[in-house]
Write a protein that binds this ligand. Structure first.
Ligand SMILES: Nc1ncnc2c1ncn2[C@@H]1O[C@H](COP(=O)(O)OP(=O)(O)OP(=O)(O)O)[C@@H](O)[C@H]1O
Length: 780
């Protein structure tokens, strides 16, 4: 008997049946794996042969064979890898389902991939993404229906059984009915934060399942509370998408845009387990820079955020205004006006001629440039014109030369017939010379005519275009259609000129730059994704998203975010309606209101802060998981603070909570704590900087605005010299920080009001005095 199985919980028959089913599955998998390895070897051989036989590759049929085989090989490799990976736990659930009209129920075992019995084609394991698996996630026991190819299948679900299988051994199983809580979910949530974003296929909840499986042919916007599984769900939706569209889509055509590289690290770990590999994972910034193909310095946005938090800038209101303006669709309109002037400037204005011969009229070329090719970026239109002129010239050059020769031959003929010697000689010499001269001129001009002509269609680089926009106030006034005040115009020009002179741009400029790049130069095919997932989308502006949609020529976006965590709302989104109406009119809008990360006690306190926000956001519902109430540690003397934290951290580690973060409002606050730790020579402390990866088993010190998106077992949230105020930005920062822990939240402050605790219900936390706590122990 394997360890962990409690005999009393199961009927012996049933247990034996499940155990032998597991054995059968494992054996079958081993056979398939062996066979697949042999096949793969043979396939590799074929591809290798094809590559070494280059001549054969020249024939298109062999080439197609080669492609098919190598594609096959890729497919086989991915499937093999998944199969190998799940050998330890081939499935996680079983459902018994009887289709209406059938006399018998079918039994399905759900896992990460499908496996069929070769001869009978009966499923041994059914992929969690398959249509029938939907009843496991969505359905209660009883009458349930699911859809396959838009057809509804009705039936009766009589069993939903969850398994815990580890290292190939069945440790536990339980049946879910209307009254049982989802034990597997509870267990999984009670786990530790060391392994973030693991796949959750066995515990996906109905509201999450709906989002994963929502219409794949439409964009989707998800407003999800902190810890509601947005990031996780977005990744599972990609996996679901690949399952459904693998035949039509290369994974390279999918792209995930994450807020920073640390996030990408998280995601990268989770993807292979979901059968998702090779998809582009990037940040908006990196992606725009890649497409622009230019190195530009981009000002770190957190500096600006910090100046708002500290109110350290006299021009705060104007800076906020400009940030918002640059992200608005009004700014896109400015770009459109500007682009039509650029188009005018670049369009052909002269006839194309060689020597005295007109080859192509200006009007005709202009029509081509402005109308025929208007679906192309400007520079691509220019290339088309160039191609036309080159081809035209090549064709007409010979005709011109022959025409000239004929003309002079005729003239010479006539001259030779002149009777008067002197005159005849003079005319013949004249015609011979001019003929040579003109032929030479035609040849010479023909070799440079196209190049010369293209110079009448000027192009600059993107940076110059963008800079030029802020050089002429009157022009900018025209582009903004008088919608800006004199003060705003002056401020914008001065601000933009100042940063652009230093060859820098801001995050807020990226939308416009990408849009100009697309409209003027185009986005390289190689970089064009067809399906895009954006996490923390509340931090992007409408224009940034519009530009991306336009440049990639698709609206197939999965957008997940939380307005309550919109700490960059001065440049990000204010609400979802506008985004849906103006940028993604086809989008489905869905919400996730349950938080899976935090305990009920922590979420209740965080909800109190959320409530102080003047925004129409629903309270977050925690899933039923209890823990300790958040503890507020009041301290009098600053020097006791770090000692108390370290003592507490030791205790927590003993309890098994290893991932601990110390969160302060700003970097300055955190620096004080970090220096104190250094003074005390505390080992394994990481003062987290933007774009840095988290070190495992380190005590992480992190300013509130960098903690967004992170997850820890425990959080110590402290105030030292700075307080959280009632302002929107502070409330959001406090909310973000409070929603990072899974299990424990400890707050350290001298004044309750510094953490706005005087504004919340006292019964939501336990109050302790640090000096009294420390009497029992010290950490000097
Ligand atoms: N159905 C589920 N089963 C098990 N764990 C889940 C489930 N849904 C979410 N989780 C867990 O909850 C935590 C929060 O998920 P995730 O980070 O995806 O949420 P989020 O909405 O992106 O959070 P935030 O906005 O706060 O960054 C993760 O640890 C995730 O594994």
């Amino acid at each position: 008997m394997e360890k962990g199985i409690n005999m009393e919980d199961y009927s012996l028959d049933e247990l034996e049946q499940e155990k032998s089913r597991l054995e059968y599955t494992k054996n079958y998998m081993n056979i398939v794996l062996k066979e697949a390895q042999i096949n793969q070897g043979a396939l590799q051989e074929t591809v290798r042969d094809a590559i070494s036989n280059e001549e054969a590759l020249d024939s298109s049929l062999s080439y197609i064979n080669y492609l098919t085989n190598s594609k096959f090989l890729q497919l086989a490799t991915t499937e093999l890898n998944i199969l190998k990976r799940i050998l330890d736990a081939p499935y996680f659930a079983r459902i018994d389902y009887q289709m209406k009209g059938k006399s018998q129920k079918d039994v399905y075992y759900l896992g990460k991939t499908s496996l069929f019995e070769k001869d009978t084609q009966k499923p041994i394991i059914v992929d969690w993404r398959s249509p029938i698996a939907n009843v496991y996630y969505d359905g209660r026991l009883g009458e349930v229906a699911y859809e396959v190819n838009e057809e509804t299948i009705e039936g009766y679900l009589s069993l939903k059984r969850q398994f815990k299988i580890e290292k190939g051994n069945l440790l536990h199983y339980q049946d879910i009915d209307l009254t049982t809580t989802d034990e597997l979910l509870q267990q999984s949530l009670a786990g530790k934060a060391d392994q973030r974003l693991t796949e959750i296929i066995s515990t996906i909840q109905a509201e999450q399942n709906e989002i994963i499986r929502a219409d794949l042919n439409r964009p989707i916007i998800v407003q999800g509370a902190a810890g509601s599984g947005k990031t996780t769900i977005a990744l599972h939706r990609i996996s679901y998408f690949i399952y459904n569209y693998a035949r039509y889509f290369q994974p390279e055509q999918l792209m995930i845009i994450a807020p920073n590289n640390m996030f990408i690290g998280y995601i990268a770990e989770a993807l292979p387990d979901l059968g998702v590999e090779k998809i582009r994972q990037t940040t908006y910034l990196d992606y725009v820079l890649l497409c622009i193909g230019k190195k530009m310095k981009v000002i770190q946005s957190n500096k600006k955020l910090l100046s708002f938090i500290n109110h350290g800038n006299k021009q705060e209101e104007m800076i906020k205004w400009l940030s918002r303006y640059k992200g608005s669709l009004a700014y896109k309109k400015v770009m459109d006006h500007y682009l039509s002037d650029i188009c005018e400037e670049m369009s052909p204005k002269e006839d194309f001629r060689v020597e005295k011969f007109p080859l192509y009229g200006a009007k005709k070329l202009e029509r081509l440039f402005k109308q025929e090719y208007d679906y192309l970026p400007l520079v691509k239109r220019k290339e088309k014109i160039k191609g036309i002129l080159q081809a035209d010239l090549k064709r007409k050059k010979k005709i011109i030369l022959t025409k000239l020769e004929d003309k002079y031959e005729e003239a010479l003929d006539r001259a030779l017939r002149i009777k008067e010697d002197e005159k005849r000689k003079e005319r013949v010499v004249y015609f011979l010379d001019t003929k040579e001269e003109r032929l030479a001129t035609v040849k010479k001009e023909a070799s440079t005519a196209v190049r010369k002509y293209m110079k009448t269609m000027p192009t600059h680089d993107l940076y110059k275009y963008y800079t030029r926009l802020f050089e002429d106030k009157e022009l900018l006034r025209k582009y903004t259609e008088g919608s800006l005040t004199e003060k705003q115009l002056d401020f914008m020009i001065a601000f933009q000129q100042r940063i652009l002179k230093q060859k820098k741009v801001e995050i807020e400029d990226l939308g416009a730059l990408f849009y100009l790049q697309y409209k003027i130069f185009g986005i390289d095919k190689e970089y064009r994704a067809k399906n895009i997932v954006i996490d923390e989308v509340q931090d992007y502006s409408e224009f940034q998203l519009y530009a991306l949609k336009a440049g990639l020529e698709t609206d197939m976006f999965t957008l997940v975010g939380d307005l309550a965590q919109g700490i960059h709302s001065y440049r990000g989104l204010q609400n979802w309606d506008a985004l849906q109406q103006t940028v993604f009119p086809r989008a489905n809008y869905m919400t996730l209101q349950k938080s899976y990360r935090t305990t009920i006690e922590i979420m209740f306190l965080a909800n109190e802060i959320l409530h102080l926000l003047d925004q129409d956001l629903p309270k977050v519902k925690p899933v039923v998981r209890h823990g300790e109430k958040p503890t507020v540690h009041l301290y009098d003397e600053k020097h006791v603070l770090v000692g108390r934290m370290l003592l507490l951290a030791d205790g927590l580690r003993e309890e098994g909570f290893h991932s601990i973060a110390i969160i302060g409002k700003t970097e300055e606050e955190c620096k004080v704590i970090f220096k104190e730790m250094q003074k005390r020579k505390v080992p394994n402390v990481q003062f987290l900087q933007e774009n840095e990866e988290l070190e495992r088993n380190h005590l992480i010190i992190v300013p509130s605005y960098l903690s967004k998106g992170l997850e820890f077992d425990t959080v110590f949230l402290f105030t030292l010299n700075e307080s959280f105020t009632q302002e929107e930005i502070d409330l959001k920062l406090l909310y973000v920080a409070m929603t990072r822990p899974m299990h424990r939240l400890h707050l350290f402050t001298q004044e309750k009001s510094a953490l706005l605790l005087d504004r919340v219900d006292k019964s939501q936390y336990t109050l302790k005095k640090v000096e009294e706590e420390m009497n029992g122990g010290s950490y000097e």
